[in-house]
Design a protein around this ligand. Structure first.
Ligand code: 1GP
Length: 259
């Protein structure tokens, strides 16, 4: 039986056609659902290609409310980036079915997935199998702490590349290099380059990216999708949405003097 996978097909087409994508991560714990339709509309207008929704914690019971609010305005995919099986909902277009391949915690490699799979199927949610790799930065990030998963040392690009290759060989549809939300340092460009050189699947990169220049560097190194979370949680930074979108789409930042 074949299952349609419209969100993944869209991602793959962009990857294969060399159209890098900017996705914005929305943390339901830090969002007011009543403001999300406006934010989504503005972000799309600025050129944002999609949204992730989720986080390591879900302290507020507003996850589904946020998804519904975003879907009111969304013309681009709204994809769950689950912090756990409590973040599964049929209101989204797809879910990143994340296996934390950088760690050796069986629960994060397969255990949670066994619990989630019947629910994802029942909801008819598109699951995008993702080899998720946590990359060390100078701080212990929520992702690392919450998942009991040891990160890949940031100077060990070849270790990340071998993990990415294994994930692809295992049939995963994308690999995600994660420095952690709010990480002091983003994923090293050299690591992205090495991963991209070895795998054919789209490479997603996120964590600690705060300027269009940094976003453009990730694309130039080989990222197919760049994720920005924290930076756009600050209202004043939202005026930079277009600059980020252009930097990602062109793989270079231009005309930016002050950030
Ligand atoms: C997505 O966790 C990241 O991979 C988002 O990181 O919040 O630092 O942009 P930031």
């Amino acid at each position: 039986m074949t299952h349609p996978a419209p969100v993944y097909q869209r991602l793959l087409a962009a990857h294969e056609e060399g159209r890098p994508q900017l996705f914005v991560l929305v943390d339901p714990d830090k969002s007011d659902p009543s403001e999300l339709p406006g934010f989504v509309a503005d972000a799309q207008e600025a050129g944002v290609d999609g949204f992730l929704v989720g986080g390591s914690l879900a302290l507020l019971p507003t996850f589904e409310e946020c998804l519904r609010a975003m879907k009111v305005a969304a013309r681009v995919p709204v994809v769950i980036f689950p912090g756990g099986i409590h973040q599964i909902s049929g209101e989204a277009d797809a879910i990143l079915f994340l296996s934390i391949v950088s760690g050796r915690n069986p629960d994060q490699l397969i255990g949670q997935h066994v619990l989630a799979a019947p629910m994802v199927r029942e909801l008819g949610l598109e699951a995008i199998a993702t080899g998720y790799m946590i990359v060390s930065s100078d701080a212990v990030t929520s992702t690392e702490y919450m998942s009991y998963s040891k990160p890949i040392p940031r100077e060990k690009a070849e270790i990340a590349a071998a993990h990415a290759l294994a994930a692809e060989m295992l049939g995963m549809k994308t690999v995600y290099l994660e420095a952690g939300s709010g990480a002091p340092q983003s994923v090293p460009n050299e690591m992205i380059r090495m991963v991209r050189a070895l795998v054919d699947v789209p490479v997603i990169v996120g964590g600690g990216i705060r300027t269009p220049e940094a976003a453009a560097e990730k694309v130039a190194a080989g990222a197919s999708v760049v994720i920005i979370g924290n930076h756009f949680e600050v209202d004043a930074n939202r005026a930079q949405l277009r600059a980020f979108a252009e930097a990602v789409h062109e793989g270079r930042a231009r005309g930016i003097t002050e950030l």
